[in-house]
Design a protein around this ligand. Structure first.
Ligand SMILES: [Zn+2]
Ligand SMILES: [Zn+2]
Length: 454
């Protein structure tokens, strides 16, 4: 069977206990919204997010029922979502969290932060992880994503291996590897996984592509050839353009945890569903406007570059500080450092489909910015009446005719099909933490961008 899974999510607590608040109703609402919206994208298995954070573990153990080995279902009533009615089945859940490891760079006093996803077979393994975190003195009372602070590479290596040794079916996956807080990220750069993880990297089976990269970009890094590449939404809110925006289709023997891990370890990935990399928040190198640190950028003062135009030493021509180095630049640099420079698309062939969030196309058509209005959600629901799920829109060629013959506004259908034909771009592309801006009917060469404004 094929399962469409988004294995990296966050709860209302992601920003910390305070961000989640103590309002039980709000916390549940957020969970239920994501339960409603993920299946609309085509996702039927979701990570719980933050499962080792005590208040959230409490919610999950009270409200989830194990329906298959390591696979859970929400036992409460999700009700019907009045803004987008649908009859897709309830999603299933897998216990999942994210930790942040910090450690030194080789031969340097600088330190690096690296995010890692963890999947658990059961609640007992989560308790054992927490016991380890307590033993290491990790502060986790107010943090849904605690920091595991390490002084040496050996310490990083040993601690990761200790977590994996809790249970043979625990899976650790380096998250969004090319973004600033991923292992290869521009924030204190390293070019080999060993330089941060030590030998622990040989025990990873998969890495997460992140929103600003897809398999054609990660294929530039030869060290990654042996890994399974997976995509996840990493949604920090339950909005329609966030949940399920990336996911992975796994071939599995059974709908249970062991089959999922087995599929992931043996690379039985059918395909990944990807954000367009240029929409991701760290695609290009640059500095956004209204930037406080480092340096100061005024309103409307910004710059962004594709790798061949990045200023010498990555220094910002406006504030004189180091630019936020984007994913495309990092992939290029790492390819060279690993002794095998490759172009985009040169790596091993991996199947994937690119999705532009449908709600953003509709917002573009309607000329409005807010994607939360009732009006826009009604149009979204109308389109889904013809496509079933959002991912179907991108993979099923027969949908084009169905849309053309539909009662949907002709101009909207034309815009959707323009995107499907590839006649669109994100300009500016994402950089320094800002998402790319969708333009339909224009194609822009992202390899040739050199903008200094203000
Ligand atoms: Zn992360
Ligand atoms: Zn600057």
């Amino acid at each position: 069977m094929e399962i469409h899974a988004d294995l990296h999510a966050h709860s209302a607590f992601a920003g910390g206990a305070r961000a989640g608040g103590t309002d039980e109703k709000k916390i549940r609402r957020r969970f239920i919204d994501s339960a409603h919206y993920s299946p609309l994208k085509g996702v039927n298995l979701i990570g719980t997010g933050d499962c080792q954070f005590d208040p959230w573990t409490g919610f999950l153990s009270k409200n989830l029922e194990e329906v298959e080995n390591g696979i859970y279902e929400y036992s409460g009533d999700t009700g019907q979502n009045s803004s987008i009615p649908h009859d897709l089945s309830k999603p299933k859940y897998i216990l999942q969290t994210e930790l942040i490891f910090t450690g030194p760079l080789p031969d340097s006093k600088k330190r690096k932060r690296v995010h890692i996803i963890i999947l658990f077979p059961d609640f007992d393994s989560i308790s054992e992880l927490n016991a380890l975190l307590d033993k290491w003195g990790v502060s986790r009372k107010n943090m849904a994503r605690p920091y595991v602070v390490c002084q040496t590479r050996d310490e990083v290596d040993n601690k990761i291996q200790e977590i994996m040794d809790i249970h043979p079916m625990i899976e650790m996956i380096p998250a969004h590897v090319l973004t600033p807080e991923g292992v290869y990220g521009g924030n204190n750069r390293i070019n080999f996984m060993y330089d941060f993880f030590g030998d622990a990297h040989t025990r990873f089976n998969a890495i997460e592509t992140g929103l600003s990269a897809d398999p054609t970009i990660l294929g530039m890094i030869s060290e990654l050839d042996r890994y399974t590449l997976i995509s996840n939404a990493d949604a920090h809110s339950a909005s329609l353009n966030r949940v399920g925006r990336e996911f992975t289709t796994y071939r599995m023997n059974n709908m249970d945890y062991t089959s999922l891990i087995d599929s992931l370890r043996r690379n039985r990935v059918v395909k990944t569903a990807e954000f367009h990399p240029t929409e991701g928040r760290y695609f290009l190198t640059g500095h956004r406007d209204m930037r406080k640190m480092p340096g100061i950028h005024a309103k409307h003062q910004f710059c962004y570059f594709s790798p061949k135009h990045v200023p010498v030493e990555d220094i910002c021509p406006q504030c004189g500080k180091e630019l936020t180095v984007g994913v495309l630049q990092r992939a290029t640099e790492i390819g060279i450092a690993q002794g095998e420079p490759r172009n985009i698309g040169d790596g091993p062939k991996r199947d994937f489909v690119t999705m532009v969030p449908l709600i953003e196309i509709i917002a573009h058509y309607m000329g409005i910015k807010s994607i939360t209005s009732k009006k826009i959600k009604r149009v979204y629901a109308d389109v889904l009446d013809y496509t079933g799920t959002e991912v179907n829109l991108w993979i099923d060629q027969t949908i084009d005719d169905r849309l053309k013959d539909s009662k949907l506004p002709e101009k909207l259908v034309e815009q959707i099909l323009e995107v499907k034909r590839g006649n669109f771009s994100f300009f500016p592309g994402g950089y320094d933490g800002t998402y790319g801006v969708l333009r339909i009917g224009e194609q822009i060469d992202f390899k040739d961008i050199n903008v200094v404004q203000g």
